[in-house]
Design a protein around this ligand. Structure first.
Ligand SMILES: [Zn+2]
Length: 419
């Protein structure tokens, strides 16, 4: 039922819009070019028969596909429109390769290695021309949701509950959900379609804090500094020396947590440090924060004339604690992936997902694979066959919930943020 050719055409159409987001911008969305695609998506959703289609002041596109069954559950599907500004974002010139073997070499000697491609023999591999990223992250997700809606439109005999669709800006700059109104969206449960492999269901993320430390010293002319100057830079250096050298992003993997100094700027008078503190275990994450506080307190004792201020800035929680309240959500999602003929895998992400923030705010939102590989790089690619599987997952998810949600009505009422 999935039309791979149409899926590819939709994907190519989407990636041609340069929707790079901007981490420096304070506007919402961070770049106005995202709105160009947003308006195109509004028209597409209307054509696909969705109701209440809107583009709101924050650049979020949303719409509702009414149910054609009695089933009362409302399922959300979310993908982000923006692409990573880590490398050139456009204009994207997408290419299609009938892959047999070896490397794929793009312009400027950008290479997708045979190692990267070993799972993809005889697949249709979609890439950029090598001068920009492709933007499969996350336009593969957007295209798959659109293909799913097209199939539901063309086949009214497929029964489905009410579907809530949203396309969001600025995920890549960490602002994907800051203006996302869960109540207005109106879904009981949701999925972000923003992962990699079609087998993967991301149910775990770090517990994340972004501490901000401000050190205020006493600046004095260096010629007269003896026993007078208190250098904030020196204190910052001492602080960094106290951090465990084997607990950094470069020295940890799997479910190991870390400390990371992200930016440091300033002068002897004032230094600002932005840090990342990550741990899959919440109490361990809190212990890491307490450790940072103890370092700062110790430094204040050693430098009594300096001031050290620390803000914890909690960002998101490991989602898996929230799923414990409704394990059926993950079980049914696994069933859907199995129906595609795949072996589902509960996976963890060493980072956040928009779903992690939504889950923390009450909307259970695991992340599904959208197919892409080599994210945020010029050699990003996606297999069309895998995109087809990801789309099949979405259709199966709808079917599974349609068949089983009625028996779970009481539980769904309990966990839903909008009832
Ligand atoms: Zn993404």
């Amino acid at each position: 039922m999935i039309n791979a050719d149409r899926l590819k055409q939709t994907f190519f159409e989407l990636v041609k819009y340069d929707t790079g987001s901007d981490p420096e911008a304070t506007s919402t969305p961070s770049t106005s070019k995202q709105l160009v695609l947003a308006k195109v998506l509004v028209e597409k959703l209307k054509t696909l028969g969705l109701l209440n289609v809107s583009l709101n002041e924050y650049g979020i596109v949303s719409g509702t596909l009414p149910a054609n069954t009695k089933n009362k559950i409302k399922i959300g599907f979310i993908a982000h429109m923006d692409t990573s500004p880590d490398v050139a974002t456009g204009p994207v010139k997408p290419q299609s390769h009938d892959y047999k073997r070896g490397d794929i070499t793009l312009k400027n000697n950008v290479i997708i290695t045979a190692e990267d491609l070993k799972k993809y023999k005889n697949h249709t591999i979609l890439t950029s021309d090598g001068t920009t990223l492709l933007g499969a992250d996350d336009k593969a997700g957007v295209a798959e949701i659109l293909e799913m809606l097209q199939i539901l439109k063309d086949n009214p005999s497929i029964k489905h509950p009410e579907l809530k669709i949203a396309f969001t800006p600025d995920e890549e700059v960490g602002r994907g959900t800051e203006n996302f109104d869960i109540k207005a969206f109106g879904a009981d449960i949701a999925y972000t379609v923003d992962g990699s492999a079609p087998t993967d269901i991301d149910t775990e993320t770090f517990n994340a804090f972004n501490p901000q430390i401000t050190i205020t010293g006493i600046p004095v002319h260096t010629g007269y500094a003896y026993h007078k100057m208190v250098s904030a830079i020196e204190i910052a250096n001492q602080l960094m020396n106290e951090l465990p050298v084997d607990e950094t992003p470069a020295q940890t993997k799997d479910k190991e947590g870390y400390f990371h100094v992200l930016t440091i700027s300033g002068s002897p008078e004032k230094v600002k440090m932005d840090m990342l503190v990550r741990d899959f275990n919440y109490s361990k994450a809190q212990k890491r924060i307490a450790f940072l506080h103890s370092i700062c307190e110790d430094l204040e004792r050693r430098y009594p004339k300096a001031e050290i201020e620390i803000k914890d800035n909690e960002k998101y929680h490991n989602m898996n604690e929230k799923f414990a309240a409704f394990p059926e959500m993950i079980e049914l999602t696994k069933q859907a992936v199995k129906m595609t003929g795949l072996k589902p895998k509960e996976t963890f992400v060493r980072g956040g997902t928009d779903g992690a923030e939504l889950t923390l705010r009450g909307l259970l939102t695991p992340n599904l694979g959208a197919g892409g590989e080599n994210f945020h790089a010029l050699n990003e690619f996606v297999s069309l066959e895998v995109m087809t599987q990801c789309t099949q997952n979405l259709l199966n998810i709808i079917q599974v919930w349609n068949e089983q949600a009625l028996q779970l009505t009481a539980k769904i009422k309990n966990i839903s943020p909008c009832r």
